[in-house]
Design a binder for this molecule. Structure first.
Ligand SMILES: CC(C)(COP(=O)(O)OP(=O)(O)OC[C@H]1O[C@@H](n2cnc3c(N)ncnc32)[C@H](O)[C@@H]1OP(=O)(O)O)[C@@H](O)C(=O)NCCC(=O)NCCS
Length: 200
């Protein structure tokens, strides 16, 4: 499963999924503007009204093995419109582990996009010798918890009101076909635990 890929979401939107690059900073800003305050809070664990300065620099500092991101775009009026991004940052203390975060603009949530981005990201991580994802998720973030649960993650409550999530990236992450719908792809991830069929 090499990026870029094109697919159709459950709501009929055609999307392009490709790696995020540092020049995409404006797309990050545009995508952020399309997030509700609740989604912003769930992503950053605090109210964030604008994406700028150090936070923007940090989010756009991608494209190396320690920090990679995959992004989803739709096309409207001849322009690329950002719909979501999933990223990992490798742990400084354990090179085979990385912390993951996903964001999907509110209008396109519950279309399978979050799950699809996570799968694409997991594939990229595996290529870079990362075998485990971790995440911190607010305890009331039903969507994110559901996705991690469906992947067979370990989910443990912490004292600071978050869940600490861990999941092992299955070996067969490359086995999935590109032409299935995001939901089909996600089902195969969760049901087969990414069977190790080769697509070579
Ligand atoms: C969490 C988030 C990334 C999920 O993305 P998404 O594209 O909406 O998720 P999907 O459509 O792939 O959902 C897959 C499954 O997860 C579950 N799910 C998703 N959102 C859910 C919700 N709000 N409540 C309950 N279950 C939910 C469902 O089982 C869903 O399948 P279904 O729609 O067929 O029932 C998205 O809601 C988001 O960006 N939230 C704000 C930012 C955030 O919380 N980021 C996480 C920080 S680590």
């Amino acid at each position: 499963m090499r990026l870029p890929i094109q697919t159709r979401l459950r709501n009929g939107t055609n999307v392009l999924i490709r790696p995020l690059v540092p020049d995409d900073a404006q797309f990050l800003i545009d995508g952020f503007e399309r997030l509700s305050s609740q989604s912003r809070f769930q992503r950053f664990f605090r109210p964030v009204s604008r994406l700028s300065g150090a936070l923007l620099e940090q989010l756009a500092d991608v494209g190396h093995a320690g920090h990679e991101a995959v992004s989803a775009f739709a096309f409207a009026d001849g322009r690329m419109v950002p719909l979501g991004v999933a990223r990992y940052v490798r742990s400084p203390s354990n090179a085979s582990t990385a912390e993951v975060a996903i964001t999907v603009v509110d209008e396109h949530q519950r279309t399978g996009l979050g799950s699809l981005l996570l799968r694409c990201l997991a594939y990229r991580a595996k290529v870079n010798k990362i075998s485990e994802f971790t995440a911190h998720v607010l305890q009331d973030n039903a969507g994110m918890i559901a996705i991690f649960r469906q992947l067979g993650s370990t989910i443990v409550p912490t004292d600071d009101g978050t869940f600490k999530v861990r999941f092992t990236i299955p070996e067969g992450i490359t086995a999935l076909s590109d032409d299935a719908s995001p939901k089909d792809l996600f089902r195969r991830v969760s049901e087969d635990q990414l069977e190790t069929r080769s697509r070579a």
